[in-house]
Design a binder for this molecule. Structure first.
Ligand code: PAF
Length: 277
């Protein structure tokens, strides 16, 4: 496994890979969710490239980029046994050299949900992912369903910009008590960690309601709010019951539907989702 930091070394190493290449873009501080993406890429592609880059342009001014957890040695130790060919770990200067001024922006579907709460976030994500696609030239790229809107936005960008890349979205990996794995979970205090299971409980309650025949989206949103309100450490930011493709809020649940939420536990903001239908 080669770890590469310069673009010229990456280009040379990429040229030496013949056959299908799977890309797993990450911001590091890897957990089982990331490893599941790498394992899937390993099974489906002849070569696997993992990128580790904490992308500054997807953090808002009130989000603490400097506090984002980083541990490259630990990440490399986790990746090594999985049969990865290349790890691309560029610096911010390599990705955004002085004078940088080009952005990739997906429009309507970045406005609701995470886009409404984190202005500029998706512009940063799509810009860096487009650059990672150009640099690594993969055949397939792997993303987690936990960031459901991100996956949908990247799929749209890939289609709109004619990248010849298949976007593979892999299931959420959860702890035994249902909490979705996230690099941010490490910020939770013991009490917040226990309280954070309320996300899974709220989504499960909404799903039960749906499976019992409820199709009024407002009632399904109401159920998620009710469960969240029962947890004093949870500060809800939003709950949503939206069309899976357009991400527009629904009145009536008909086809494939995304239930999602963002909730603060102290200063830590967690997101989670279920897909219905
Ligand atoms: O999901 C992430 O970790 C990041 O948003 C991504 C896709 C690696 C882009 O920085």
């Amino acid at each position: 496994m080669k770890t590469i930091t310069t673009l010229s070394d990456l280009r040379a190493a990429r040229l030496s890979l013949t056959g299908t290449v799977g890309l797993v873009p990450t911001m590091g501080y890897l957990h089982e969710g990331h490893l599941s993406l790498i394992r899937r890429a390993r099974v489906e592609c002849e070569h696997v490239i993992v990128t580790i880059f904490v992308n500054p342009t997807q953090f808002g001014p009130t989000e603490d980029l400097s506090k984002y957890p980083r541990d490259l040695e630990r990440d490399l130790g986790l990746i090594e046994p999985l049969g990865v060919d290349l790890v691309w770990n560029p610096s911010a200067e390599v990705m955004y050299p002085s004078g940088y001024q080009t952005w990739v922006e997906v429009e309507a579907m970045t406005r609701p949900l995470e886009g409404a709460m984190r202005p500029g976030h998706f512009r940063g994500v799509t810009t860096v992912v487009a650059k990672l696609f150009n640099a690594t030239q993969p055949h397939k790229a792997y993303f987690g369903q936990k960031d459901a809107q991100q996956a949908a936005v990247i799929r749209q960008m890939t289609q709109d910009l004619d990248f010849p890349i298949e976007i593979v979205v892999c299931p959420i990996v959860r702890e035994a008590d249902g909490l979705a794995m996230s690099s941010r979970n490490k910020y939770l205090s013991e009490a917040e960690r226990k309280a954070a299971t309320v996300l899974f409980r709220a989504l499960s309650a909404a799903k039960d309601l749906y499976e019992g025949g409820e199709r009024d989206a407002e009632k399904v949103r109401g159920k998620m709010k009710e469960v969240l309100a029962g947890e004093p450490l949870a500060q809800m930011q939003y709950v949503s019951c939206a069309d899976y493709v357009s991400l527009e809020e629904l009145r009536e649940i008909k086809g494939k539907t995304l239930l999602s939420m963002a909730v603060f536990f102290g200063k830590t903001r967690l997101i989670d989702n279920f897909v219905l239908g």
